[in-house]
Design a protein around this ligand. Structure first.
Ligand code: CP
Ligand code: NVA
Length: 301
């Protein structure tokens, strides 16, 4: 695997190998078995948006793999003062072994990968959050013992999370039902991809219909990073798109709840449902570390 830009680019086999290496590395880390597979390697981490999980898990992951991670904030880089992404890509390629980047436009990540000569990992764009979904798939498979045949219901904004879940879950043999308000549907490119999966994909405006018979319920904030000014409008548009007891009552027994975090209790999810599923949600957050270590080894190793 050269880059991780979006899950649409990966084959099912590639996802399977990431998940299986992630499982192996997680076991090694838990047993205290050294796994310094990236000794002497340096990862640059460019952040144009805030982050808790992505930043910490990548930095700790590189350390555990024997490498080093550099935190590069947009406020400090020349990119923040208008230096072209193309030049940044060419310069960073001379120093680093890989780049992880979190930014707005997907095009920027694709450009870094196209112009630079080192692996690029997408740490979230407005379009995709592939690292998160790899951790989600790992968590679902740990809790359910499989992925194939399970139904995931996504409730809320057709955002980067929805786009990546649709791609990742469908590729892994799951069904996906998305409930999004009118005007907040997933990206057209992703809907087009999902069409090929026939009845395994469904888009509705009815959250209860989406949740019916689900094995995993997934939700995310109503206003993503960069959409803060739309918060009030979105609060109105997303009324009813909440993961609560009534919605959970429609799901299959033992249904999991996943949330990429940060969570807004009282908006996309109630505090009760969140706390009842906290174990699964924080396992999911932990798995960012293990899944990304696998991606790092496969891309930079
Ligand atoms: N889920 C996620 O990517 O979290 P951060 O924004 O904290 O990195
Ligand atoms: N959709 C959210 C995900 C955060 C991890 C955002 O882009 O802000």
């Amino acid at each position: 695997m050269k880059h991780l830009l979006k899950l649409l680019d990966l084959t099912q086999e590639e996802i399977v190998s990431i998940l299986s290496l992630a499982k192996e590395l997680k076991a090694k880390q838990k047993q205290g078995v050294p796994h310094r597979l990236l000794e002497g390697k340096t990862l640059g981490m460019i952040f144009q948006k805030s982050s808790t999980r992505t930043r910490v898990s990548f930095e700790v992951g590189m350390y555990q793999l024997g490498g080093h991670a550099l935190f590069l904030s947009n406020r400090d880089l020349q990119i923040g003062r208008g230096e072209p992404v193309e030049d940044t890509a060419r310069v960073l390629s001379r120093y680093l072994d890989g780049i992880m980047t979190r930014t707005f436009a997907q095009e920027e990540v694709e450009t870094l990968a196209r112009v630079g000569s080192i692996p690029v990992i997408n740490g979230l764009t407005d379009f995709a959050h592939p690292c998160q979904v790899l951790a989600d798939l790992m968590t679902i498979s740990e809790h359910k013992g499989k992925l194939e045949g399970l139904k995931l219901a996504f409730i809320g904004d057709g955002n980067n999370m929805a786009n990546s879940l649709i791609a990742g879950c469908l590729k892994m043999g799951m069904s996906v039902s998305c409930a999004c308000p009118k005007g907040y549907e997933p990206d057209a490119q992703v809907l087009d991809f999902a069409k090929a999966y026939g009845e395994r994909f469904c888009l509705t405006q009815d959250p209860l219909e989406a949740a019916s018979g689900a094995d995993v319920v997934y939700t995310d904030v109503w206003a993503s990073m960069g959409q803060e000014s739309e918060q009030k409008v979105r609060e109105k548009a997303f009324q009813g798109y909440q993961v609560n007891e009534a919605l959970m009552a429609k799901t299959n027994p033992g249904c999991m709840v996943q949330h990429c975090l940060p969570a807004h209790r009282g908006e996309e999810i109630t505090a009760e449902v969140f706390e009842a599923h906290a174990q699964e949600i924080f396992d999911e957050a932990e798995n960012r570390l293990h899944a990304q270590k696998a991606v790092l080894v496969l891309c930079l190793g």
